[in-house]
Design a binder for this molecule. Sequence first.
Ligand SMILES: Nc1ncnc2c1ncn2[C@@H]1O[C@H](COP(=O)(O)OP(=O)(O)OP(=O)(O)O)[C@@H](O)[C@H]1O
Length: 498
Amino acid sequence: MDVEETQLHRCPSADLDFSFNSTATDRTFASSSARSSLARSSLTLSFNDRLSTTSSTTTTTTTTIKNSLHHRKCDPHWSAIKTATNLSTDGKLHLRHLKLLRHLGTGNLGRVFLCQLRDCSDASFALKVIDKDSLTKKKLSHVQMEGEILSMLDHPFLPTLYAHLEVSHYSCLLIDYCPNGDLHSLLRKQPGNRLPVQAVKFFAAEVLVALEYLHALGVVYRDLKPENILLREDGHIMLSDFDLCFKADVVPTFDRRVQKKRMAGSMRKGGNCFGAVNRRGVEEEEVVEEEFVAEPTAASSRSCVGTHEYLAPELLSGNGHGNGVDWWAFGVLVYELLYGTTPFKGGSKESTLRNIASSKHVTFHVMEGEGKAMEEARDLVKKLLVKNPGQRLGCTKGATDIKRHPFFDGINWPLIRNYKPPEVRGLVAKKGRSHPSGRLQGGASSPRRKSWWRLWKKGGGGLGSLLRNKGSSPRYCSLSNSQHYNGNYHHYTIRKSA
Ligand SMILES: Nc1ncnc2c1ncn2[C@@H]1O[C@H](COP(=O)(O)OP(=O)(O)OP(=O)(O)O)[C@@H](O)[C@H]1O
């Protein structure tokens, strides 16, 4: 474990006190309090690329508030931010406007806190704080990628970036808070770690829509797994963690196909001016189908990133991959939600990777009395877990093809965000205020101030202090050698990286 001590200085213009010794670890992370200890971390494939750290003596505060034309500008989050910025002397949001309520968890890049704006408890946020001085060059590029992707998003199943604050060597991202934990923890609360098939349909459909949106923006997600699917207060999903994404140019195309279709009610000899008769005497007409394909099917990267059990075979080969890796991972996800385990899991990470590379077909444990929905789910998984990306469902026309699979029959896609989340053990989906359209609206909870917050404040606090004194509160997940965050964090970087 690499440990680095960085001495920082107090800057008069800073929002908070940053004088502290930051202890940064390279591959050891505190386990998240909000996440199951079995959660798998994402992997990368390169080592010893630590950035030489230079202590920063100057602090710059840059505040970026997302465009005010956001369609949700009337929701409590934007209203709270508007109020704070209106009262701010420079019209910008600063860290001093936020009150941190609780530590939510620690990831590879930084720590996440639950927070609210001062004088406004109507809206809760998650603040991801990244100490850039403690990161390797590679991880810094991930931070940059995450900020870049977040700033592009405007979708109900993806986080909204309310503000991006650059303060001294901290990068702080203010996003939606998800009080219902993640899908991995929810799965662990179910009997046999399996969700009922209708619940799988719901969560899979929402993930599919989120991936479709990302792909249409040219973003290949590359880290799909239940741990990264957070659950909002209303029980709908929010995909998180965009540090392993890659961005490609989107070249939308029109997929043009000429298809022969049987003419309605026709079974006669000879043709007419609209149709022709085939050898079996069925009258057919030629139908030209044109479809808009907006997803970056041709995009390609060679970096091998992701989580072992979710890696697509083409990621392992290192010969380049595109958004097909997300559809493979989508197949693994549906399998895991149905069966409580992933399809290629071996006794070790190496054997998992070998299984992915060598297995020809996915196998299922079929139980007696399973209904049609389960059969269709298996068929969907089979079509997604096809080794050759060229033949994998979703790799030609993207999400459109997957949405048409019988497993998703009956889903009214444009209204999916209004669906009532499934009633499953451990999911407390709070109904939002009803909307004229009848849909659920995501509201934020108003968590009570925790006593340790007063401690933090009394102790002279500041962000730096909060980060340093991570073990001072019983609610804190302390960072210690014995609490490795899974210990399986590797970045597989294949040299020919795109
Ligand atoms: N918006 C959020 N709402 C609620 N909890 C969150 C939110 N974002 C993150 N968390 C919690 O904080 C923890 C750390 O999140 P973070 O995104 O930094 O890392 P991660 O999910 O482990 O991913 P990675 O380490 O790959 O970046 C998560 O495990 C989750 O429990």
